[in-house]
Design a protein around this ligand. Structure first.
Ligand code: SF4
Length: 188
């Protein structure tokens, strides 16, 4: 649920909105059935409330309607492709969001490609120039051993924030420099 609230906001506000939903509504069923304006009000701190509230309610409806169980625990057991297919069919849930849910909540072997992971994959030519985040996600997931997916995702995000910045990457001190075509071009 927090992933649905995470677009274009900070981690802190995403979790504030989640906490507010839990505070105002006793169950997820109550969130699902509430007037959309009440849900909007609860998640307002995360921004884009008029988009996020109906998406939250729609996701809860889809989950409730699935005979495999509204708690979605089965997402941890079915084939990964089936789990991705289910999640990406929910409005507002793209492949990156689905990968986050499966990696973080169900410990499934997939590396979500957020903006940092995507940028590093492009600069290091893990994927060809111009490739989408989804392609980076698929290729990294295939290349890295499943038991290292979560750790790799977290390390790449940290690397993107602290070293491989979007505007001015610190290539001179970057440990990936010997392997990175973009870094070598920037330090010539
Ligand atoms: S060498 Fe530069 S462009 Fe390449 S990963 Fe490191 S910081 Fe990013």
């Amino acid at each position: 649920m927090t992933t649905l609230l995470s677009h274009s906001t900070t981690d802190a506000n995403q979790f504030r909105a989640f906490d507010e939903l839990r505070r105002r509504f006793p169950t997820w069923g109550a969130v699902r059935e509430a007037p959309v304006e009440e849900v909007e009000d609860a998640v307002r701190v995360a921004g884009l409330a008029n988009q996020k509230a109906p998406r939250v309610q729609r996701a809860l409806e889809v989950a409730a309607a699935d005979p495999r169980g509204a708690d979605l625990e089965w997402l941890g057991e079915v084939p990964l492709e089936e789990a991705m297919e289910f999640l990406t069919a929910i409005p507002g849930v793209g492949p990156k969001t689905a990968a986050c849910v499966l990696c973080f909540s169900f410990d499934r072997p997939v590396i979500p490609a957020d903006t940092h992971v995507h940028r590093i994959a492009l600069r290091t030519h893990v994927v060809p120039p111009g490739s989408s985040a989804i392609r980076a996600q698929e290729r990294l997931t295939r290349f890295i051993e499943p038991e290292r997916h979560f750790q790799t995702h977290m390390l790449l995000i940290r690397h993107g924030r602290e070293v491989c910045d979007a505007r001015s990457p610190a290539c001179e001190g970057c440990p990936l420099l010997p392997l990175c075509p973009e870094g070598r071009a920037r330090t010539r």
